[in-house]
Design a protein around this ligand. Structure first.
Ligand code: NDP
Length: 507
């Protein structure tokens, strides 16, 4: 059941005495400096520790989504380039990397992690310029977590026998890794760190809109003196990604992106003998019970859906509120939305930056229009948006029913659909009523209720009284159309190993 609020002549004042949506603070601009970073005018493919033009020479332009200005040209790989990259990775696996003792591989990974920390500011600025995410997120979340993944998997590199006792762990060979645009550097780290720790070599294809931190990482690879061919990075459209993952000399495929492309990859690789992990879309339920600390829950809801402009596969995009606390919670949430600062990603005060591309913005707009057309009630704070760039106001829908598209489809934008429930059973049924199963959140003071909900929900990750918490030691992955396999933790390491007795064929 859903509740519809009566229209108010004027929004009720919130606990600060302000009208809903009214911003109590004015912030002076606090722009992050960009003079310390260097973006090349053109990037070649990174194969065998060398940057080289694609063959035939072809490029495409990468832009800053907050300004729509060109940042750089990057190489458009051909199928022959993919073959070269896979060849370099295969040769590096055969001749050096797979023969190195784990402790030696660990040294390289520690070195990479330390260099990433040293160059953290550079990474954060480039990531925000290229992806549109607020600098405070790239600075405080993406870059430190990416370095943490290299530290964490460096620790495992010489302990594979202990991680998988009696399983004779061996590397698989060349890993093909295709990553999306929402966490470009972090997804690179999720993929490359466990692959290298396990003794594999990699060919990585970043998303076409966000390759710049991957090419910055290529520079780190050279700085860390990694043997040539251990890490290769190529850029090009989706068909190049498909050529990469289906390449016969690739033994392991890791993909993060849309469910549609994940399904195509799963079909293409069926019966190939390659190990595959797919991390796909989500439509997470964030469930607030009436005994939850509401102010804390508000922060969790906001972090759940407006973090990274909602361009997060595990975003808490469906909020389920127990009916008895619906009204106070919505009032608080609307007031909180009014305090979010939308704008320049490089401003340290910005909470919500730019949507990654014009195409993604159009998708968000289309789904929001469908929500209005289907009868849901929209709320957006009255904030100014920059005149250039791909920006969208943090949006809240009430009066949503389970059949609405905004309650079913992944929007991948700063848009929250609010629904209600009366009993835990109703919450579970509604939360599980989705083709996805990546993540969920529960807000309650009762420990027993948390255990009940965690066990009943078909979601790979369930957060209790928090949301969007990530840690390299913790496995992450989905059920149903959210994909299969786990990344992170020891589970993520196993995905890159041939484990005897596990039914895998040794290549
Ligand atoms: P895609 O799944 O198309 O892109 C993800 C990665 O896959 C990119 O590197 C892309 O390359 C590559 N790719 C595209 N087509 C193929 C293919 N046929 N074979 C192999 N690789 C391919 O996501 P979109 O960028 O199109 O986003 C669409 C929607 O997907 C979003 O609105 C969102 O709902 C969802 N999504 C989910 C993500 C998640 O983390 N689960 C991440 C990103 C998107 P290229 O960039 O060159 O096209």
């Amino acid at each position: 059941m859903t509740l519809t609020k009566k229209p108010e002549a004027r929004p009720a004042p919130n606990s600060w005495g302000l009208a809903t949506g009214e911003n109590p603070w004015e912030y002076a601009p606090a722009p992050e400096a960009t003079d310390h970073i260097r973006i090349e005018s053109e990037y070649g493919l990174f194969i065998g520790n060398e940057f080289a033009a694609s063959k035939p020479r072809k490029t495409f332009t990468v832009i800053n989504p907050a300004t729509e200005e060109a940042l750089a040209k990057v190489a458009h790989a051909s199928k022959a380039d993919v073959n070269r990259a896979v060849g370099a990775a295969r040769e590096a696996h055969r001749s050096t990397w797979s023969n190195l003792p784990g402790r030696e591989r660990a040294k390289y990974l520690y070195r990479i992690a330390r260099i990433m920390q040293e160059r953290a500011r550079e990474f954060a600025v480039v990531e925000s310029m290229n992806s549109g995410k607020p600098i405070k997120e790239s600075r405080d979340v993406d870059v430190p977590l990416a370095a943490a993944h290299f530290f964490y998997y460096a620790g495992w590199a010489d302990k594979l026998e202990y991680a998988f006792p009696n399983r004779d762990p061996r590397s698989l060979g060349v890993a093909a890794q295709v990553i999306p645009w929402n966490f470009p550097l972090l997804m690179l780290a999720w993929k490359i760190a466990p692959a290298l720790a396990a003794g594999n070599t990699v060919v990585l294809k970043p998303a076409s809109t966000t390759p710049l931190t991957a090419y910055l990482f290529a520079d780190v690879v050279r700085q860390a003196d990694l043997p040539p061919g251990v890490v290769n990075i190529i850029t090009g459209p989706g068909e190049i990604g498909m050529h990469l993952v289906t390449h016969p000399d690739v033994s392991k495929v890791a993909f993060t992106g849309s469910t549609a492309v994940g399904k195509m990859i799963a079909r293409a690789l069926a019966g190939s003998g390659k190990k595959v992990t797919l991390e796909l879309g989500g439509k997470a339920a964030n469930i607030v019970f009436d005994d939850a600390p509401l102010d804390q829950a508000i922060e969790g809801i906001v972090n759940g859906i407006y973090f990274n402009q909602g361009e997060v596969c595990c975003a808490g995009s469906r909020l389920f509120v127990q009916e008895s606390v619906y009204e106070p919670l919505i009032d608080k949430l609307k007031a909180r939305l009014g305090t979010l600062r939308v704008g320049d990603p490089l401003d340290k005060n910005t909470d919500v930056g730019a949507i990654n591309s014009a195409g993604q913005l159009a998708k968000v707009q289309e789904l929001v229009e469908s929500g209005i057309a289907e009868g849901a009630e929209i709320f957006q704070p009255d904030c100014d948006l920059p005149t250039r760039g791909f920006f969208f106001r943090p949006t809240l829908f009430t009066g949503v029913s389970m059949s609405h598209r905004i309650a079913q489809e992944e929007i991948f934008g700063p848009v929250l659909s609010v629904l209600t429930f009366r009993t835990p059973e109703e919450a579970i049924e509604k939360a599980n009523n989705t083709p996805y199963g990546l993540s969920a959140g529960v807000w309650t003071e009762k420990g027993s209720r948390i255990f009940k909900m965690v066990n009943a929900m078909r979601a790979g990750v369930v957060w209790a009284n928090t949301f969007n918490r990530f840690d390299p030691t913790s496995p992450f992955g989905g059920y149903k159309e959210s994909g299969y396999g786990r990344e992170g933790g020891i589970h993520g390491l196993g995905a890159y190993l041939d484990l005897a007795g596990n039914g895998t064929t040794r290549r």
